[in-house]
Design a protein around this ligand. Structure first.
Ligand SMILES: Nc1nc2c(ncn2[C@@H]2O[C@H](COP(=O)(O)OP(=O)(O)O)[C@@H](O)[C@H]2O)c(=O)[nH]1
Ligand SMILES: [Mg+2]
Length: 350
């Protein structure tokens, strides 16, 4: 899963990136503002720690997310650099500055509106170009898909009205048909509002809420600088600091959970003496596709999956033989919908 950070200069995107990844990239004008930064973050999951205790494996592998901090957009030009790369992201974090700095009045609502509008324009241009190309093709042209063209035609007025495709009301079949376009305004997005730490427990104001609702993005309050500082403390001190701010968890944990929720993601596990590992899939994924996340051979040669739940294996302290005796190990076929916390042994043949 790939998460892209976008925002205007000085909104604090590189500071946020440092807070999440633990990196120490120079921020503000001391940094190289044209550089793109990439960082991998382990998804914390207490269940994985418990399973590690039960199986005592050679290695434990967390689910991982990759964060990309794109160069900040220039306020004068408005344009977002690398906006085309947003198409390959699974989730967007649109960061706006709401903290006070040198007497300058922040304008988080205006910033967010610009970012969101920019994304509508990218999709609108994509749709217009596609339709223009299709119109020029003879009816008999290979690969012509009149149903897809008709669907895309229906999207045009919606985008022309400045609305995101998230609010179009697409059916899941239509969404699948449109996947190849990678529309930006269909991607799950967090509106990350970078506030002073004293305002962390406040709610986003009404104008912000209205805008976020209009574009179907989820507001998320954070304080990048203070979280960056907390990240540099010893773990014991981190908890104290967080508690002082009225928080129970570091930014990376909160943000990752919001991302999983918004993108409709969940984890299943594989276990054994070599490796205990968490895997990320979308909710409602059938067993065969879930196996494909582990390895394409497991999907191709999928026969069945032995499935048991995290809670059940914890109850028998990792004793799978005992679990079988109790009839708690199921044999599931390719269409079984994998659930959060399921543990899978995939049987396959290639
Ligand atoms: N007061 C305050 N300053 C911040 C905060 N986040 C970032 N900054 C400062 O804003 C400047 C720009 O930050 P940077 O992360 O480089 O912004 P970017 O241009 O969006 O990547 C730096 O001087 C940061 O220290 C914050 O939450 N509070
Ligand atoms: Mg930056």
């Amino acid at each position: 899963m790939k998460i892209g950070l976008y925002g205007y200069e000085n909104a604090g995107s590189t500071t946020l990136f440092n807070a999440i990844t633990g990196f120490n990239i120079p921020t503000g004008f001391s940094g190289d503002r044209q550089q793109t930064h990439l960082g991998t973050v382990k998804v914390p999951d207490p269940r994985l720690d418990v399973l590690t205790g039960l199986y005592n494996p050679k290695r434990t592998i967390h689910a991982e997310l990759v964060f990309t901090d794109f160069p900040a957009a220039s306020r004068e030009k408005k344009a977002l650099s690398n906006i085309q790369e947003a198409k390959s992201m699974d989730l967007l974090v649109l960061l706006v500055g709401a903290f006070s700095s040198d007497g300058q009045k922040p304008d988080p609502v205006g910033e967010l509106e610009n970012l969101l509008t920019e994304m509508v324009i990218v999709d609108l241009e994509h749709v217009s170009k596609y339709l223009e190309k299709q119109r020029k093709l003879p009816a008999s042209a290979a690969g012509k898909d009149p149903r897809l063209v008709a669907l895309v035609e229906r999207l045009l007025p919606h985008l022309e009205n400045g609305l995101p495709l998230r609010s179009f009301g697409l059916t899941s079949e239509e969404e699948t048909a449109l996947r190849g376009f990678s529309f930006l305004t269909l991607k799950p997005a967090l509106a990350a509002i970078n506030v002073d730490e004293t305002r962390l427990s406040e709610k986003p104001d009404e104008a912000m809420d209205r805008l976020a609702e209009h574009h179907r993005v989820r507001p998320f309050l954070l304080s990048a600088r203070v979280e960056e500082e907390i990240g540099r403390l010893a773990p014991e001190d981190q908890e104290l600091f967080l508690a002082d701010l009225g928080l129970t968890e570091k930014l990376s944990g909160r943000l990752l959970r919001a991302a999983y929720d918004l993108a409709n993601l969940m984890c299943f596990f594989t276990v054994g003496p070599d490796e205990v590992r968490a895997w990320t899939i979308e909710k409602n994924t059938p067993a065969k596709q879930a196996a494909g996340v582990i390895h394409s051979d497991l999907e191709k040669g999928f026969i069945r999956a032995e499935v048991f739940t995290y809670d059940d294996i914890v109850e028998v302290k990792g004793n799978e033989a005992e679990l079988k005796k109790r009839g708690k190990v199921r044999l599931e076929g390719k269409d079984y919908i994998v659930r959060d916390g399921d543990i899978l042994h995939v049987r396959f043949n290639v």
